[in-house]
Write a protein that binds this ligand. Structure first.
Ligand code: NAD
Length: 277
């Protein structure tokens, strides 16, 4: 796909991977609608990006549902033209607590942003892209955590949410077969972003912003030490869109763990209890 003159929306675009994707798209000539819950940060980011060869536009709203409503409304079309690319990227972490101790509010927060965010994106953006008949693409940010549960980090709720993103992406790919709209499940390993501070925007009805200094410091330090520049993730996304790549891994991946998981599933299929269909 040629990016020049195309319109893209990126959620979670004020920081990290979303900003990396928005930057790469804008530098490739796309008009980018930047959506984020952090109003000032996304305005600042959009202002900085407007120096690239195609101006980036912003959509700075406080809550995810208005973000998506606005993005799919007539006003977006008037301001930004036909939508071609949607990157459902906004997400928050959830780690450091055993499943039995995770509160209902924590579950609601991680599922609300990481799973419902992608569901809203599919519901609103896919029809908008299909409507005009031109080529399009959906990128859902999953994670390497969508393919295995990392031992020792107690990030079961986060991993579960990313398995859901991968499953949604696979189902969407099936449903879009025969159209000119592609799907990518972006599966980054460690990326140097602000995700460790992901609870900073937690809504009041789920307990408000929360700071867990130890957990955040551990994750933040690990990502700063091992994570790659989010701009490279933006380049990975462009490559995936151009080549129609579904599983877009980037950065370090626990390949042996993923293979071992798949081998375990394969072995479990070979029993007297199963038949094929
Ligand atoms: N950093 C990593 O190592 C890593 C690895 C794999 C996957 N991911 C995924 O990448 C995505 C982006 O995370 P990041 O690492 O860039 O973190 P980040 O915190 O740097 O950026 C996330 C952005 O999403 C925004 N956001 C949060 N909730 C929102 C909501 N409800 N509506 C709109 N915007 C919202 C935040 O304000 C922030 O700007 C997430 O889905 C995350 O799970 C990150």
């Amino acid at each position: 796909m040629e990016f020049s003159g195309k319109t893209a929306i990126v959620t979670g675009a004020a920081s990290g991977i979303g900003l990396g994707i928005a930057t790469a798209l804008a530098e490739a000539g796309a008009n980018v609608v930047m959506a984020d819950i952090q109003k000032d940060a996304v305005e600042h980011a959009a202002h900085r990006l407007s120096g690239t060869n195609k101006p980036a536009s912003r959509c700075a709203l406080r809550r995810p549902r208005p973000v998506l409503r606005s993005a799919s409304a007539r006003s977006r079309k008037r301001r930004f033209g036909k939508l071609h690319i949607a990157c459902n990227n906004a997400g928050v972490p959830m780690h450091g607590t055993r499943l039995v101790d995770v509160s209902a509010a924590d579950w609601a927060f991680v599922i609300g942003v990481n799973v419902w965010g992608v569901i809203h994106g599919i519901r609103h953006f896919v029809p908008a892209i299909l409507k005009h008949g031109e080529a399009g693409h959906i990128v859902n940010t999953a994670s390497v955590a969508a393919t295995q549960n990392r031992r020792g980090t107690n990030q079961g709720p986060y991993s579960m949410s990313k398995y859901a993103v991968l499953s949604l992406s696979e189902a969407l790919e099936h449903e879009l077969e025969g159209t000119n709209v592609g799907v990518t499940a972006l599966c980054p390993g460690p990326i140097a972003t602000n995700i460790a501070l992901g609870s900073r925007n937690r809504p009041d009805h789920l307990g408000g912003p929360q700071v867990r200094p130890t957990d955040e410091a551990v994750l933040g330090e690990r990502l700063a030490r091992t994570g790659i520049d989010p701009k490279l993730v933006g380049e990975r996304v462009l490559d995936a869109i151009r080549n129609g790549t579904f599983y877009a891994f980037v950065s370090a991946v626990p390949a042996d763990v993923i293979r071992a998981r798949h081998r375990r599933i394969e072995a479990a299929l070979e029993t007297r209890w199963t038949t094929s269909y």
